[in-house]
Each structure stands twice: as structure tokens, then as C-alpha cells.
Design a protein around this ligand. Structure first.
Ligand SMILES: Cc1ncc(COP(=O)(O)O)c(C=O)c1O
Length: 388
């Protein structure tokens, strides 16, 4: 369809939109509850709810996948054992570590789950924050393992002192830095201080540092935990290709740790779950630093535009170091979400205990954010032009 979504949102009401032909109409069993008639009639809603990369990977990656599969597709008839070794080698090269320091996963989700299964139990709790990325919490609960949740501090950051205190006797501590959904990051010295405290005070506890959004951080005080992880056999750093690498649909992630820890994880890890296109893509993308830098710069510009828009409209936001923002809209998150959904814009879920006033919004392209802010203005009843 040639019309822009901006024009579309402005000109069509909920009922009118459904009359347009040529739109993709999902079958009934495809329909999650957020699909309204207005959304169904569009070329697609603006997807600002899952912290995805709006552009996907670059040409180098796409061409590598095409070349590998062409001309006859025979290569995907094979298990990708050698290709997996190539990806491990590329990751090791990128971070100057050994292949034995790397574990692959179907997204970093698989690495997170393996770590929860391996290191926590009904008597050795997972210590985590609330709110933070929920995967570890939910998986521990599913397994019947103990979970201790620590609230954020008044700056909406992980409460590192409380988490270190709660870590005594725990199986594993989950530190999401930057933290999803609050988008905040800790500088290296503070996160290192917390890790040192845990290592000293609780000799059997492992620490999982999830750095899914590392490539979007612009605060120069932030540092990766990868160098510590390869030195200390109780720290695991998790990374993903789903965010800045633009490969969420290719389901590839990895963990980096001391080789003893990798060995412990492998005992519980299903090792043959990654797929050929994801491996080929990851092997190219991990070494394409220029593309990553460009993606980070693109995100920073769109992120700054969106934060400035909210600030000019009188709304506060945390200092985002990610491809999403956490904004104090002052409106119930469900209400904000429903209002935007009616305008064809999907934003993040509820994040208790902040759901009465805060919303998480993923960052799309600059053009998409310009469109989205028109919707935000309508829902929050502010003047969009004045805010811009
Ligand atoms: C902090 C964090 N970790 C891990 C993931 C999972 O990513 P994936 O399994 O796609 O690698 C996400 C997804 O949004 C996330 O926000």
C-alpha cells in the first residue's frame, strides 16, 4: 500500500479503516487480543511493544544467508554442526576469548533458562529485580525453584545493595544491565562493586549479567562484564543477536563465561537448537562493527527525539540506554496501551508496580517515532506540535 501510516491514522476512524482492500487479514487463530478492526485494516500496526529492531540486519548478513542457501537449498538439509563451530569462533574472535568460553542458544532466552535450571533450586533461590526482564523469574517459578524479588530504588534502577544482601546463600543473581523495562544502566564501577560483594559474601552464588541491550548504551561509564566472566568461574554474561543486530526472528544468542562454567552449563543445555540462517547471520554480524555503530547511532537519534518530545510535553522519562524508553505518562499503562492501539500503535505491557503511571515504548525509526508521537499526543491529550 502506498499511503503512509501517518496519513492513515489521521484520516480514518476505526470503522472506516476496515473498508480498505488489499490489507492482510489474519485468520481467526492468528489473532492475539490486541488486534482491533482498525489494526486489521492497516498494512500493520507500529510495533513499539517488543524492543525489536525496526530495520532487521543489513545487506551483508542477508546476502550471506541467501548465498548459503542458494542455489538449491541443499545446505539446510544438513545439521549445522560445523557452522556452529564457525559462529563460536567468530564470537570468540570478536571478544578476544577462547571458543571454550562461548555457549550458543536459541536466542539468549535459552542461555538464561539453562542457567536458571543449572544454578537455582527450591532451596537455592534466584535473586532478581522487579521489574526486570521476566524470563528467569518465570522459568524458575515453572521449575518450582525459589525466587527472591528485590524492588528498584527510587531512581528506578536495580537496588544493587539490596540485591547483594539478598544474594547470600542464593543459587544465582540475575543482573540486567541495562535493565528492561526501565532502560537504565549502571556504570562499570557500581556493577563491579555489587558483583565483588556477592562473590565475597556468598561463595556458591553465580551471577548472570544480561547485556541484551549493550550495543545501544551511550553512557561511556558502562562496560561489558565479558572480561570478568572469562576470568571468574561464577559470572556469566548473556548476549543476543535479537536487538542491535536486528535478528530477533533468527533466534540466536550466546553466553560467555569461564570454561569451567560453560562446562557446567552444557550438562543442562540442549546443544543442537540453533538454526542455519541464524548461525550464518550471526557469524557475519558479530564482526561487522561498523553496522552496529550505525544502528546504535540511528537508535540514539530516534530515542532522543522521542524523549525530547515527552519532556517538552511535560512528561518525565528515565535516562534510556536502550532501544526503548520508560516514560511517566501519569496514565494507567493499560489505558495508554489501549488508546494507542486504537491509533495503530502498539506499546509495551504492564510493569508492576509501575503500571499506574509508567509506560514502556520501544524505539522504531525516526519516522515511525514521529508518527507515534501523534498518537501519544492524542491519547495523553497534549498538543503534539508544541511538544515537538
Ligand atoms: C533483557 C533481555 N534479555 C533477553 C531477552 C531475550 O532475547 P532473545 O531470546 O531474543 O535473545 C530480551 C528480550 O526482549 C531482553 O529484553
Amino acid at each position: 500500500m502506498s499511503f503512509s501510516r501517518r496519513a492513515f491514522v489521521k484520516t480514518l476512524g476505526v470503522g472506516g479503516a476496515a473498508a480498505l482492500s488489499g490489507a492482510y487479514i489474519p485468520r481467526a487463530y492468528d489473532l492475539p487480543s490486541f488486534w482491533t478492526p482498525a489494526l486489521l485494516a492497516q498494512e500493520g500496526p507500529l510495533l513499539l511493544h517488543n524492543n525489536e529492531n525496526p530495520l532487521g540486519p543489513g545487506d551483508k548478513v542477508l546476502n550471506a544467508i541467501r548465498e548459503h542457501i542458494a542455489p538449491d537449498g541443499a545446505s539446510v538439509g544438513r545439521y549445522p554442526f560445523q557452522l556452529m563451530r564457525n559462529l563460536v569462533q567468530a564470537i570468540a574472535q570478536r571478544f578476544d576469548v577462547q571458543p571454550g568460553n562461548v555457549i550458543l542458544g536459541t536466542g539468549s532466552t535459552q542461555v538464561l533458562r539453562t542457567a536458571v535450571m543449572r544454578y537455582t533450586s527450591s532451596s537455592k533461590p534466584l535473586v532478581t529485580a522487579t521489574p526486570t526482564y521476566e524470563e528467569c523469574t518465570q522459568y524458575a517459578q515453572l521449575l518450582g525453584h525459589a525466587v527472591v524479588e528485590v524492588g528498584l530504588n527510587d531512581r528506578l534502577m536495580l537496588d544493587l545493595d539490596e540485591m547483594a544482601e539478598a544474594a547470600k546463600g542464593a543459587g544465582m543473581v540475575f543482573l540486567n544491565n541495562p535493565n528492561n523495562p526501565t532502560a537504565t544502566v549502571y556504570p562499570a564501577d557500581e556493577i563491579n562493586g555489587c558483583i565483588d560483594k556477592i562473590l565475597t559474601a556468598s561463595p556458591d552464588t553465580r551471577i548472570l549479567v544480561d547485556e541484551a541491550y549493550h550495543d545501544y548504551v551511550t553512557d561511556p561509564r558502562h562496560e561489558t562484564q565479558i572480561p570478568h566472566a572469562v576470568q571468574n568461574n561464577r559470572i556469566l554474561a548473556a548476549r543476543t543477536f535479537s536487538k542491535a543486530h536486528g535478528m530477533a526472528g533468527l533466534r540466536t544468542g550466546y553466553g560467555i563465561a569461564h570454561e569451567d562454567m560453560i562446562g557446567e552449563l552444557r550438562e543442562f543445555h540442549s546443544g543442537n537448537t540453533v538454526n542455519t540462517p541464524g548461525i550464518i547471520a550471526g557469524s557475519i554480524s558479530i564482526l561487522d562493527i561498523q553496522r552496529l555503530n550505525e544502528e546504535s547511532a540511528r537508535n540514539t537519534e530516534a530515542r532522543q527525539y522521542t524523549i525530547d518530545w515527552f519532556k517538552n510535553a511535560g512528561f518525565d522519562a528515565t535516562d534510556s540506554q536502550t532501544n526503548f524508553i520508560f516514560v511517566k505518562t501519569g496514565m494507567n499503562a493499560q489505558e495508554f496501551r489501549d488508546g494507542n492501539r486504537e491509533n495503530g500503535v502498539l506499546v509495551g505491557r504492564n510493569f508492576p508496580p509501575y503500571e499506574e503511571e509508567w509506560a514502556r515504548i520501544s524505539i522504531g525509526t525516526l519516522e515511525q517515532m514521529e508518527q507515534a508521537t501523534e498518537s501519544f499526543a492524542k491519547v495523553l491529550r497534549v498538543n503534539a506540535t508544541a511538544a515537538a
